[in-house]
Design a protein around this ligand. Structure first.
Ligand code: ZN
Length: 118
């Protein structure tokens, strides 16, 4: 594996290099047979990466088709909880919002009533 930080190579884009050293985004390309499969795969990638690197913010993960950055969709809910927690469940999920972690806070209106569910 190439360790870019060890090479001390400056970033090629001078605008990017002039930005403060926080708040960066990484873009990953992968193949999928459909948009539905791509969403599921992207969620799996983000969740797996968040386990390895808990400092990343998966709630802001977005999906687009290859380089069509003007057509993006959010993958995670991102709702803000009562104490500032962020929901890390997928977009449009049913039931409670849930914060990251096994003991993460759940909040909201709960699961929909099965009698009123369509
Ligand atoms: Zn949520």
């Amino acid at each position: 594996m190439h360790d870019r930080s060890a090479s001390n190579t400056p970033m090629a884009d001078p605008v990017l290099a002039a930005m403060p050293a926080s708040g960066f985004t990484v873009h990953l390309d992968f193949g999928a047979a459909s948009l539905t499969e791509a969403r599921e795969q992207a969620v799996r990638y983000a969740e797996a990466l968040s386990i390895l690197c808990p400092e990343i913010a998966i709630e802001t993960t977005q999906l687009s088709y290859v380089d069509a950055w003007d057509h993006i969709e959010q993958l995670f809910c991102g709702a803000i909880g009562p104490d500032g927690e962020v929901c890390v469940d997928v977009c449009d999920h049913p039931g409670f919002h849930r914060a990251d972690g096994l003991a993460g806070l759940a909040w909201g209106d709960g699961d929909p009533d099965p009698d009123t569910r369509r």
